[in-house]
Design a protein around this ligand. Structure first.
Ligand SMILES: [Zn+2]
Length: 194
């Protein structure tokens, strides 16, 4: 459920528009403060969810101990330094040790942490450490690749340059061949398709 709020953000946005020199009375802006409030509350709705809600009804005991990979998960987040979007792909893998999680829950976990103010580095490690705690697997790997509008729009980086972050735990950290297998599996179809 999206909390449409009490209008406190809308009032701040109206003030912001005035500070920017805008005429808040003109037609195009008349409903902008409410829209921005609604959008911001949606884009930060991950704060009102927790790991328990997302994962706990979908943990199963299974004697499967091969690598599980969910790749090319689209994610949309907001950089906490500029409140501008960073968007990209997330690839997740784990080596089960008696516990598996419903595959559809992994994108939902990515979404929960993405819909908060973030830095890409923390987002990556939060996803990895949460799966590590919930599944107690032989290892977890998370790779995220994203473009940051705060870099692109301000001309800090060339267009299309991507930031890549990774978190490797357990077997993915300790065994180069396991990490290599994961990197090979996510390489096909790698990259942003926008
Ligand atoms: Zn930024």
């Amino acid at each position: 459920m999206i909390d449409h709020g009490d209008g406190a953000i809308a009032r701040l946005v109206e003030q912001l528009l005035k500070e920017l020199g805008e005429d808040v009375g003109r037609e195009g802006l008349s409903r902008t403060p409410e829209r921005v409030e609604k959008a911001l509350r949606y884009l930060t709705s991950g704060y009102s969810k927790n790991v328990h809600d997302v994962l706990n009804d979908a943990l199963f005991v299974e004697e499967y101990d091969e690598m599980v990979v969910v790749k090319d998960i689209d994610f949309f987040s907001m950089c906490e330094h500029h409140l501008l979007p960073f968007i990209g792909k997330c690839h997740v893998a784990y080596m089960p040790r008696r516990k598996i999680v419903g595959l559809s829950k992994i994108p939902r976990l990515v979404e929960m942490f993405s819909r908060r103010l973030q830095v890409q580095e923390r987002l990556t490690t939060q996803i990895a450490s949460t799966l590590d705690e919930a599944l107690q697997p032989g290892g977890v790997a998370v790779v995220m690749e994203a473009i940051h509008l705060c870099m692109l729009m301000r001309g800090v980086e060339k267009q299309n340059s991507k930031a890549v972050t990774s978190a490797m735990l357990g077997a993915f950290r300790d065994r180069p061949e396991t990490r290599a297998e994961f990197m090979e599996l996510i390489k096909a179809g790698r990259g942003l398709r926008m």
